[in-house]
Design a protein around this ligand. Structure first.
Ligand code: UDP
Length: 255
């Protein structure tokens, strides 16, 4: 037996070499960080839930023609993905003011935005992921103009689809962050959706009570983080396939 090769380890996920060229295995950890990783915790079972929610969302998005890196889920914590060249941008789409836009522009949290707003942040931990414009992105060659156009169009489609999907189960999609990568096909490359879509990367509020069902529960010490993530999975109808969550822990967990 040889040990599989670790390609990259991030704050919440690990990427291993995949079984075939052009594939990787994405492993979802229980590690949770906020505020540039100055706040850390291990939330038992989080990786299992996010693996499953992200699979569900990526599969649905592929179904409406939003190409993404997901190939198939391998086990509770791992999924097989297409290897892409990650574009170093965090693409945030907002429907309702919350988090950094509220503090930056003085808009009270919960204020509906006049229209969906897309923002770009440069992925650079040392610089605390500064907000950048299309000018910076093209000048520094992080992405080409055509790629930015594709990213904007895909992000709006993802927003429309996710807004409807969550709304149908009584959840308001306040905002979310997604990442994109380049998939090379011969001399050409196309931009596809990568990374994950989960309560770690979305703001999800109960539509009736506005109760937060996402990572803000961790960031703001609101408690019941795993319970809220599990509730999102339950409402999406994927709980029956999930292992039982017992007091924050998950049974039936295999590597
Ligand atoms: N977000 C994320 N990773 C980051 C920063 C933000 O997934 O490194 C998500 C966050 O969960 C929220 C959205 O992007 O759904 C907008 O986040 P915001 O800019 O308000 O950042 P905050 O300072 O509140 O994390």
């Amino acid at each position: 037996m040889t040990r599989r090769k670790k390609i990259y380890e991030g704050k919440a996920k690990i990427l291993y070499e995949g079984p075939e060229p052009g594939t990787l295995i994405q492993y979802f950890k229980d590690d949770t960080t906020a505020f540039d990783a100055t706040k850390k915790a291990i939330l038992e079972g989080k990786g299992v839930i996010n693996n499953r929610i992200s699979e569900f969302v990526m599969t649905k998005l592929a179904g409406i023609g939003v190409q993404n890196h997901f190939i198939r889920r391998l086990n509770l914590r791992e999924q097989l993905i297409r290897e892409v060249e990650i574009i170093p941008l965090e693409v945030v789409c907002r429907n309702i003011a919350a988090g950094s836009i509220s503090t930056r522009l003085g808009i009270p949290e919960g204020t509906p935005l006049p229209r969906s707003i897309i923002e770009f942040f440069y992925k650079k931990d040392e610089l605390h992921d500064p907000m950048v414009t299309e000018e910076h992105i093209t000048a520094f060659n992080w992405a080409a103009t055509q790629e930015i156009d594709d990213i904007l169009a895909m992000t709006l489609r993802v927003n429309d689809f996710l807004t409807g999907m969550f709304s149908a189960v009584g959840i308001t999609l306040v905002d979310f962050k997604i990442e994109y990568g380049r998939l090379y096909e011969g001399d050409f490359s196309r931009v596809i959706l990568a990374d994950e879509i989960s309560p770690d990367s979305c703001r999800l509020w109960d539509s009736t009570t506005n109760e937060k069902l996402d990572k803000d529960r961790f960031r703001r010490d609101l408690g019941n983080v795993i319970e809220s993530y599990t509730e999102v999975a339950r409402r999406l109808g994927i709980m029956k396939e999930m292992p039982t969550v017992i007091q924050g822990g998950i049974t039936g967990d295999t590597p």
